[in-house]
Design a protein around this ligand. Structure first.
Ligand code: NAI
Length: 255
């Protein structure tokens, strides 16, 4: 079978760690050249930088660009870096931050930072890629939302708001860019085992884990690679007639 992304060049924001790292590796294994755009070069969970790992594992080109997605200029630079490989055809707006909150105590700076990374980063990441894609053969934009973008949860008010915004930005972008041959879709992961869920919001490996797993029909946390499989589908021609869609990868948790 032909590799699914043999003609593709992908930019993956937040690709140094966790889900983004798994997506970048999986895309490279399917033949794509990859630009990792992240504020950090080293994975939060430890190990070699993603672009070095890809160079060891595959024949794909991979490079790292220091990029804070809350800065549109950094996103333009990340998309520009993809020109060295022929130009971006797949943009994965994956970088995101999470923290639980006491709603009555949230301060403006924390709110602004989460909106800047989770919403503004997706908007301008998509815009930077689409500017290139409208002048070429189109492409696929994949935005990482969350099951928190499908339903409200106590003590996650800001996070839910940002992830809900990602979902509707995606639908509107799909409507806007469809005639340019650009598809735009979201992935909504449930509980996935990354530094986000072991450190920032420590569920996995804590006493709360069992209770949490009770609400997941699959009765386990997901792995980043399982989200990466969904991203391959949405970036590749397997989903050529799919746009403005939300793909949930949550072991049944949100049903
Ligand atoms: P993670 O915290 O393990 O990795 C996030 C990566 O994004 C890191 O490499 C980090 O350096 C980078 N990053 C953070 N802020 C950045 C910025 N301003 N600019 C560029 N890069 C930045 O997170 P994880 O778990 O891999 O999450 C990836 C995406 O999936 C996020 O958007 C998250 O909200 C979403 N998600 C994760 C879930 C989970 O259970 N882990 C569940 C649902 C959604």
């Amino acid at each position: 079978m032909e590799p699914l992304l043999a003609d593709d060049v992908a930019v993956v924001t937040g690709g140094a760690s966790g889900i983004g790292r798994a997506i970048a590796r999986r895309f490279a294994a399917e033949g794509a050249d990859v630009v990792i755009a992240d504020i950090e070069e080293s994975p939060r969970e430890g190990g070699d930088p993603t672009h070095e790992l890809i160079a060891d594992e595959t024949d794909a080109n991979a490079t790292f660009v220091e990029c804070d997605v809350s800065n549109p200029g950094d996103l333009e630079a990340a998309v520009d870096a993809a020109e060295a490989f022929g130009g971006v055809t797949a943009m994965v707006n994956n970088a995101g931050i999470f923290h639980g909150e006491e709603f009555l105590e949230v301060e403006e700076g924390d709110f602004d930072r989460m909106v800047d990374v989770n919403v503004k980063g997706v908007y301008f990441g998509a815009q930077a890629a689409a500017k290139r894609m409208v002048d070429s053969d189109g492409g696929s934009i994949v935005n990482l939302s969350s099951i928190a973008g499908l339903q409200g949860s106590a003590d996650f008010v800001t996070y839910c708001g940002t992830k809900g915004a990602v979902r509707l930005l995606t639908y509107a972008m799909a409507a806007t860019l469809g005639s340019d041959g650009i598809r735009v879709n979201t992935i909504h992961p449930g509980l996935i085992e990354t530094a986000m869920t072991t450190d920032d919001y420590a569920i996995i490996g804590t006493e709360a884990e069992d209770e949490f797993l009770g609400g997941i029909p699959a009765h386990r946390a997901g792995q980043p690679e399982e989200v990466a499989d969904a991203a391959v589908y949405l970036a590749s021609d397997l989903s050529a007639y799919v746009t403005g869609e939300s793909l949930t990868v949550d072991g049944g948790m949100s049903n």
